[in-house]
Ligand binder design. Sequence first.
Ligand SMILES: [Fe+2]
Ligand SMILES: [Fe+2]
Length: 314
Amino acid sequence: MVKKECIFSEGDTVEEVLFSERDRTREQILGVLSRTRDILALPNVVHEILEVTSGKNSSASDLTNIIESDPALTSKILAVANSAYYGFVKKISSISHAVVILGFREIQNIALSMSVLQLFDRKGTVFNEQLWRHSFAVGVGTRMVAGHLGLKLDGKYFVAGLLHDVGKIFLSQYLPDMFGRVLSILEMQDNTYTYHSLEEWIFGLSHSDIGGRLLSSWLFPPEIVNAVSHHHQPSMSEHEPVFSACVHIADLLCSIKGITPLNDQFFLTLDADILPVVAGYREGFGSEDMHRLLAQLDTEIERQSSFVSAFKRT
Ligand SMILES: [Fe+2]
Ligand SMILES: [Fe+2]
């Protein structure tokens, strides 16, 4: 539950309040993050899936056996595989069939995302519900942007988009007082500070950094960790910056559309340094492309709704 409080007392300057506890707050956040594997443990089956999918000599039957040992996960994966999104005419009735049709990597992505979703509340507060709505929309949007850039479509785009703000989700649910403090200042001030600058000032860490650390501690594939860590500044990404750029652009499109948990849609800015990288995939990428993607987003959210609702049932 995010609690908003008044933190200003007479005589304090905003800067004094913001900076006063920054180092201690940063240490506290890092302390909670270092215990993540105890307090926010992914089920064992997920670690087994990661081991098999990253191993060179693993077979489809190894993966099938692991998933089938978990009946709940089995039925959830089958629900997603049979969603209209994939458009298979014949029903996929077993995990072995799903692995053959969708591939190792896709099954890994589905299982990982579902397990993370289960660790967090998705209801309870308006903020929470809006944040998840935003997250699913950015998941869909990231895949759409990747398609627009001509990248080979892969489940990793949806996963990275879905989990891009997992740092914010973590802060709001595991450090609600600190997070409430940022929201309070955001509401009380006169647009001098953006949400992102407040994070840096108060926490000494950004939610993208926190999200990347979380996913890394769960042993997520490095490319997804990297895309999440750099989703606000993809040009700083040393590895596959175009992947971070897809998340970044989708995040921006959702903010412009008002699909955002915070009233900060005017504060999100495009990382202009990433444009030459993006233009390498789509010649002349610019405002015309942004308008087209913006117009396409609602249709895409509608088109992928069966896939998203199969996920939401988890
Ligand atoms: Fe973000
Ligand atoms: Fe976001």
